[in-house]
Design a protein around this ligand. Structure first.
Ligand code: NIG
Ligand code: FE
Length: 410
């Protein structure tokens, strides 16, 4: 067994045992130990404590003074497998076209689907692998990845098999979500039922048979899937054991919140556009209210009403939405800064939302999302910083010294 001992850590952050979602006022409570030690055995956190109780020999220990140690980020909403990039649309947006106008021009998701179906598996895998490696160096230790750029049986299976291969080869914890209902392929634009039938009768049985997904997702939005269509697809996924994690209320409020709650979704994601009534519903809803502020930032939309959601009691969770169209960045440090700067979350709330709540939104909170004995040693070691608040405050600067995944520095 290999043992690693770290002493004199200035702050060990989020030292809670596994819990469910942290919500409402409790989000501001971030249990931490000042002047701490940490012992890792193989890939597991064995012991944590205060230096005054430290009883180990001085040799073989790493003195980590001036370092803040945090649980690695749990990014519970990404589209990290994609082909190519879409900076031409970025320019269209700068020139004034809206997300919906770009989608209507055959751009957007359909553009990525075309590229994905034309790209070889090796090329796709290598690009996704590179992105995974980049986000892990930025502190992400667990991540959800969606399909949704295939939009044909072959294309969706290609994506999901790719995610399965990433799961097998990567040391990061990965969860996989089937998002065949990301948009309607052009040939089904006037035949929604035809594509929904394909999702239900052709895609889902194979995905279940090959164990290719953990969750099911639907993009519920005007011009995409209605709340009723989402309900049909979500219920079909549930029959195979895939809990819904859903895109709702990004651009419009069209009943996705009520429908998602009725589906007993694990998470409702995006939430840029919310009515007061929907905020109240999310306050009582037991799953995650997952905010993706970098998507709103990139699309130049008002950011999500994090304060109202927290005040209502919601289980606010933060994720990157890493994708080529609305958030070409998987940097969770930026997501946290943005949440503090523009959504007025306090650093403690943002860190809970990006760690333990992210873990709960992927149902991996037993092993990830906080620093406690028995949990996986997936950790972020900061550069010398004066305080925890300095991390989101000093936005855009890389304040991570090292990242540990499964007990090894990467
Ligand atoms: O979460 N809104 C739907 N899906 C993605 C964007 C996908 C794309 O534009 O390629 C999102 O923002
Ligand atoms: Fe998304």
């Amino acid at each position: 067994m290999s043992t690693q001992i770290f002493s004199n850590i200035s702050l060990l952050v989020n030292t809670r045992d596994s819990t469910g979602f942290i919500r409402g006022d409790d989000l501001a409570i971030l249990p931490s130990i000042e002047n701490a030690y940490l012992i890792i055995e193989d890939d597991i956190i064995a012991e944590i404590g205060k230096m005054k109780d430290f009883r180990f020999s001085k040799k073989n220990q790493v003195v980590a003074d001036n370092t803040i140690v945090l649980p690695s980020w749990c990014d519970s909403h990404t589209h990290l497998v994609f082909a190519g990039s879409r900076e031409e649309e970025f320019i269209d947006k700068i020139k004034g076209l809206s997300y919906a106008e770009i989608a209507a021009k055959g751009g957007g998701i359909l553009n990525s689907a075309k590229k994905l179906n034309e790209t070889s598996e090796d090329e796709l895998f290598n690009a996704a692998w590179k992105r995974l490696s980049e986000v892990s160096k930025l502190g992400t230790g667990a991540i959800e990845i969606k399909s949704g750029y295939g939009l044909t049986l072959e294309g969706e299976l290609k994506m999901l098999r790719m995610i399965k291969k990433l799961k097998e080869k990567s040391s990061l914890k990965i969860k996989s979500t089937f998002l065949g209902a990301h948009t309607f392929p052009i040939e089904y634009k006037e035949n929604h039922q035809g594509y929904i039938d394909m999702i239900i009768n052709e895609m889902l049985p194979v995905i279940s048979e090959e164990k290719l997904a953990d969750y099911i997702d639907v993009f519920c939005e005007e011009g995409f899937f209605s709340a009723e269509e989402m309900t049909t697809i979500g219920n079909s996924g549930k029959k195979y054991g895939f809990k819904p994690k859903l895109h709702v209320n990004q651009l419009n409020s069209i009943g996705g919140i009520e429908a998602g709650i009725a589906l007993d979704a694990l998470s409702l994601d995006h939430l840029e556009t919310l009515t007061q009534r929907e905020i109240e519903l999310l306050g009582k809803y037991k799953g995650a209210s997952t905010l993706l502020p970098s998507a709103a930032f990139f699309l130049r939309m008002p950011l999500q009403p994090a304060r109202s959601l927290i005040n209502a009691g919601a289980a606010v969770t933060l994720a990157s939405d890493y994708n080529p169209g609305s958030s070409p960045s998987g940097n969770m440090n930026f997501v946290i800064s943005l949440s503090c700067i523009q959504m007025k979350m306090i650093p403690e709330e943002a860190i809970n939302a990006a760690t333990i709540n992210g873990a709960c939104a992927m149902e991996i909170e037993k092993d990830y999302g906080s620093i406690a004995p028995g949990k996986k040693a997936n950790l972020i070691f900061s550069k010398p910083v004066p305080s925890l608040s300095y991390l989101p405050y000093s936005f855009g600067n890389n304040l991570i010294d090292k990242v540990m995944i499964n007990g090894s520095f990467i």
